[in-house]
Design a protein around this ligand. Structure first.
Ligand SMILES: Cc1cc2nc3c(=O)[nH]c(=O)nc-3n(C[C@H](O)[C@H](O)[C@H](O)COP(=O)(O)OP(=O)(O)OC[C@H]3O[C@@H](n4cnc5c(N)ncnc54)[C@H](O)[C@@H]3O)c2cc1C
Length: 484
């Protein structure tokens, strides 16, 4: 009897073990197949007509041109369309974060920028907190390289687009995709894209890369609302100002979670910009809105104690320009469809805490190219395959968007968090500043701030700030006036 029971128990144990193993194997197989494009698709390589492209990319900004570069250099046929002719300007703060610099290096673009003195690598930088605490430190040595680099967009975008052309992409300038939506033929599996002048281009995959306002994604129904963020820009002529740092962010209380920033370019030129980040009530960026941007931008240059002194009275400042920011996938619920991908600003790939989107445009452009190349090899361009692109960009940077949004809400509600950061930087120096720089430039996820070795000292810094602001009544240096 005993023996029979023991045998039964052993058999039951083996059955459970086998079931668990089978479930684990099934899960593994499903997971693997879910993260790969589908094989044996309807459109193998040889079915692509001679007059058609593997990909038609609308927009040759950083996202579109990077996608074109990686596709063409792997042998794919690419049409890269832009309504403008390069070089062309694009309003931007011009700060390219490290993950973007790595991709520029991989494409051979960074070397060209450096050789032509078009890139300035940041070393000395920091920020001014809402109550006027300042910290400026050196980051290059600790990080083993610059956290960011300033490149004028006329130079950056021209060099990436030209590089894509150099490796085989057909750059078609002055090609504006008009009001007429591209049409898709299910039989042939080809898109037909028309310019306002009636020129046409055919391709297997349509890549929408036409920027934050993305008329194309809007009119095709992939994007449901206009962008909610905005940012200004003004260049300041070299030799006319007093700035001696490479990059500083100024967190004025009035416009939190937005901020203004000064970045140094080669030849002592500066870029001053003012980011308004959506937060709080719909249509608002904290307590201000797009209508306030001109007043904030000009007011900061004229009367912000830190900025006005850094810039000085004789600075030759360009007239303010401004453009939209679509942050954190705002209004774009999905970035893929059958034979279609949406990349860069058109997909809302701007960090919702910092307003930075060049590096994510480059990373997303590369992820799109990798997916298209996989689909090209497998002959399948259905949604089941294009969704791999969304998995890739989520893994590369998208997972951080929710934390960035939370971060923006937190600093809007509790500006003291930024004061505590500056307080901690003043206490421990560059080690804290480099942590901050790494998180803000996407070298580390925002959750890094939750690690005990960062969160605990920050907790003490908050207590110190609460004491300084509420008990010992330290004056607000933004109000009393100070300089960097
Ligand atoms: C003022 C400002 C400051 C910023 N500062 C920074 C910063 O410091 N650092 C940072 O990382 N990010 C910054 N950003 C965000 C950054 O500019 C974008 O994330 C980046 O440009 C996205 O690249 P993209 O290729 O997706 O789009 P874009 O650079 O906008 O390129 C889109 C391209 O599509 C073309 N196009 C548009 N419509 C059509 C059409 N119908 N047919 C054909 N072509 C078309 C355009 O001509 C353009 O070349 C800033 C944005 C603004 C507005």
């Amino acid at each position: 009897m005993e023996k029979i029971r023991a045998n039964r128990e052993a058999a039951a144990g083996a059955a459970i073990g086998l079931t668990v193993a089978a479930a684990a194997a099934t899960y593994y197989v499903i997971k693997r197949s879910n993260s790969r494009v589908r094989p044996n698709g309807k459109f193998p390589l040889e079915t692509l007509p001679n007059d058609a492209y593997d990909a038609v990319i609308v927009g040759a900004g950083p996202s579109g041109s990077t996608c074109a570069h990686f596709l063409a250099s792997a042998g794919a046929r690419v049409a890269l369309l832009d309504k403008e002719t390069f070089p062309r300007d694009k309003y931007c703060g011009d700060a390219v974060c490290t993950p973007g610099l790595n991709i520029l290096e991989e494409m051979g673009v960074l070397k060209e920028l450096v050789d032509n003195n078009e890139a300035h690598f940041a070393d000395s930088g920091g920020f001014v907190s809402p109550s006027g605490l300042t910290y400026i430190g050196q980051s290059k040595e600790r990080l083993g390289g610059a956290a960011a680099c300033a490149v004028k967009r006329t130079n950056l975008d021209k060099r990436i687009a030209w590089k894509a052309r150099h490796v085989g992409a057909e750059l078609k300038e002055g090609f504006e995709v008009g009001k007429e939506n591209p049409t898709f033929d299910k039989q042939t599996g080809l898109w037909m894209v028309k310019s306002t002048e009636g020129k046409t281009v055919k391709g297997r995959v349509l890549v929408i890369a036409d920027g934050a306002t993305s008329k194309l994604a809007m009119q095709m129904g992939y994007c449901t609302e206009p962008p909610k963020g905005v940012c200004s820009r003004a260049f300041i002529e070299g030799g006319t100002h007093n700035v001696d740092f490479d990059g500083v962010c100024f967190y004025q209380r009035e416009s939190l979670p937005g901020y203004s920033a000064i970045f140094r370019h080669p030849n002592d030129e500066l870029n001053f910009c003012y980011y308004l980040i959506p937060c709080g009530k719909d249509g608002m960026c904290g307590d201000v809105s797009e209508a306030d941007l001109k007043r904030l931008h000009e007011g900061a240059l004229k009367s912000d104690p830190f900025i006005s002194q850094a810039v000085g009275p004789n600075a030759k400042v360009e007239r303010m320009k401004a453009a939209a920011l679509r942050l954190g996938s705002q209004g774009v619920p999905s970035s893929y469809d059958d034979h279609l991908l949406i990349i860069g600003d058109a997909a809302g790939h701007i960090d919702p805490l910092t307003g930075e989107g060049i590096h994510t445009a480059l990373m997303g452009g590369k992820a799109a190219a990798q997916t298209i190349l996989d689909m090209r090899a497998a002959g399948d361009y259905s949604k089941l395959s294009t969704r791999i692109y969304e998995q890739r960009w989520m893994k590369a940077f998208g997972h951080d968007f929710a934390f960035s949004k939370k971060g923006a809400e937190l600093i809007y509600k509790y500006p003291i968090l930024l004061d505590a950061c500056a307080n901690e930087m003043q206490r421990v120096g560059d080690s804290m500043m480099t942590k901050w720089a790494e998180v803000m430039t996407n070298m580390r996820p925002k959750t890094y701030f939750l690690r005990p070795d960062v969160a605990i000292p920050m907790g003490f810094a908050i207590v110190r700030e609460l004491w300084a602001q509420n008990v010992s009544k330290r004056p607000d240096l933004y109000k009393t006036g100070s300089s960097l």
